[in-house]
Design a protein around this ligand. Structure first.
Ligand code: SF4
Length: 533
């Protein structure tokens, strides 16, 4: 039976109107406990308006719609009255504001209930509602509320993630032996930088088959958003969009990949995109999985000696440290955060980010899983795709918007600090605030990529060359980036060593690097990059 037939539109008045957004599909949401299924109505809406924020990958849109529809059916089976507005429903205003207004008009609620959204834009929409009282509930999915984070952050000179993470470990009693971290160290990154010497041969992760509802969404998205980027068909579907499937994906990771996750978490290899990564950011950011159950599963595996400490600690840090930290930064720094541009870079994003057509092997390899599945692991994101854009001089907002549109796990609270902050070193305000998330830019030459992958062996560029026709573009851009921002970076103690090398460059070498970078920027369609003050 089609989804539309299974979801009749509720009629009549409602005491409370609850709005549930596409990234709030939590089966244990506190919001549900506040609702009386007989007297209240839940609104869920698919709208084209989301596409107007910028291009959205077909897989990303399909993941959201499919997960929302499964969640709505789950709610309906539990007796809740769900007003589900499909994107192709008659009368859909195609905007969140419009659908909230229509639902208020139809059900005349006394109150609008909503879980804390994951986006400043949505928060501002809620703030602008004056037809009814709006009550925003804490999102219990997270360990830390925005106000708890603000308490930690207030008055600190810099917001270093490592300190936040240690406090989380102590507060939550995770991987602690009394007051000391299990194993004696807070973090085992030094053990987690291995690369593959030969074909990794990793077992394929669990990929759920699309069911009838998902297949219906795939077909809808392909016809409605035919010009959107990315490839979507039933044969390349990999994402769990129901809680039971998400739990199975968690079990699959813990059983088959967690043990090797740590040592190889930074490694890359041609044609192997998942490697030992969990792929759980998608169900986690949809809230189909709770971070606590992921942490518990990893700790169990450690207790049962099925996974070593460096792997378990690395995974746990992503969940209780990094994920909570960047959400805290997002709300603490304010709505202007996404438009910050500390280095004043204003180049365009090269066209190949949208279609993968480039002769740089590392870029085409890292773009392949993005175009096919709207996902790649954190090193292609940070050290290849973000790194290239930053050192080439692309505007941070352009790269941020690309990540937001192209990843199935992209939600504003996560994507914006990861791209504007960590990936672009852009989240400072010149003369007022040093960058928040990174103490130095995550900039790297081709040497890093060569060390962590086999890409350079299959590339037409020469990773050992800095300038010249066949020189690795990462090398040219890396040195040009350091030269362009020499004044600023020379004041950064963490960059003292590398900036000494920049200072030692002969005048001719500088000119050659700058000229080569300029012609590469023209070749790739990046507008001229600025020199920072
Ligand atoms: Fe990438 Fe440069 Fe290596 Fe080619 S040589 S794969 S462009 S890092």
């Amino acid at each position: 039976m089609s989804f539309a037939k299974q979801m009749p539109m509720p009629r009549g008045r409602a005491e409370n109107l609850a709005v549930i957004f596409g990234d709030q599909l939590d089966h244990d949401a506190g919001l549900l406990k506040r609702l009386d299924p007989d007297n209240d109505v839940i609104l869920m809406a698919e709208v084209d308006g989301e596409q107007e924020e910028g291009p959205s990958h077909k897989v990303r849109t399909a993941v959201f719609f499919a997960a929302m529809r499964h969640y709505a059916l789950w709610l309906s089976e539990r007796g809740f009255r769900v007003r589900y507005v499909r994107v192709d429903s008659r009368g859909n205003t195609q905007s969140l504001e419009g659908e909230i207004d229509r639902a208020i008009e139809a059900h005349k609620p006394q109150r609008l209930l909503v879980t804390h959204p994951g986006d400043w834009r949505v928060m501002e929409t809620l703030d602008a509602i004056d037809a009814v009282d709006v009550e925003v509930l804490d999102d219990e999915h997270f360990y830390t509320t925005p106000s708890e984070f603000a308490e930690w952050a207030d008055g600190r000179k810099s917001l270093v993630m490592e300190f936040f993470y240690r406090e989380q470990r102590k507060k939550l009693g995770i991987l602690m032996d009394g007051k000391q971290p299990t194993g004696g160290e807070w973090n085992y990154d030094k053990d987690n930088r291995e690369s593959f010497k030969s074909e990794p041969g990793v077992r394929a992760p669990y990929s759920p088959e699309p069911d009838e509802i998902t297949a219906e969404v795939i077909s809808l998205v392909n016809s409605r958003y035919a010009d959107a980027p990315g490839r979507l068909d039933e044969s390349n579907w990999i994402w769990p969009v129901r809680r039971d499937k998400a739990l199975r994906a968690l079990r699959d990771f813990v059983e088959h990949r967690l043990a090797d996750f740590g040592p190889f978490e930074d490694a890359m290899w041609t044609g192997e995109h998942t490697l030992f990564h969990s792929l759980l950011s998608v169900p986690l950011n949809l809230k189909l999985l709770n971070p606590r159950e992921c942490v518990d599963a990893a700790l169990e595996a450690f207790k049962a000696e099925k996974a070593p400490l460096n792997s378990v600690e690395g995974f746990v840090r992503q969940l209780i440290g990094w994920r909570e930290y960047i959400r805290g930064v997002y709300w603490f720094e304010g709505a202007d955060y996404r438009d910050r541009n500390f280095l004043g870079q204003d180049g365009d994003l090269p066209e190949f980010y949208w279609n993968g057509e480039t002769d740089m092997k590392c870029m085409s390899e890292c773009l392949a899983p993005v175009l096919d599945h709207a996902w790649s692991h954190h090193i292609p994101r940070l050290m290849v795709l973000s790194n290239f854009a930053m050192i080439a001089g692309v505007a941070p907002r352009a790269i941020g918007d690309w990540f937001y549109g192209m990843y199935a796990d992209a939600v504003d609270w996560a994507t914006t600090p990861n791209t504007i902050g960590m990936g672009s070193y852009a989240d400072g305000i010149p003369g007022k605030r040093e960058p928040v998330v990174g103490t130095k830019p995550y900039a790297a030459s081709g040497k890093y990529i060569s060390r962590m992958s086999n890409y350079c062996k299959h590339c037409s560029y020469d990773v050992k060359k800095r300038t010249g026709k066949d020189a690795c573009p990462f090398n040219t851009f890396y040195w040009d980036f350091l030269i362009r921002h020499e004044n600023r970076f020379s004041k950064n103690n963490r960059m003292a060593m590398i900036m000494k090398n920049v200072k030692r460059l002969k005048k001719d070498d500088r000119v050659e690097i700058t000229t080569s970078a300029k012609s590469l920027r023209e070749k790739f369609g990046v507008a001229p990059a600025k020199v920072s003050a």
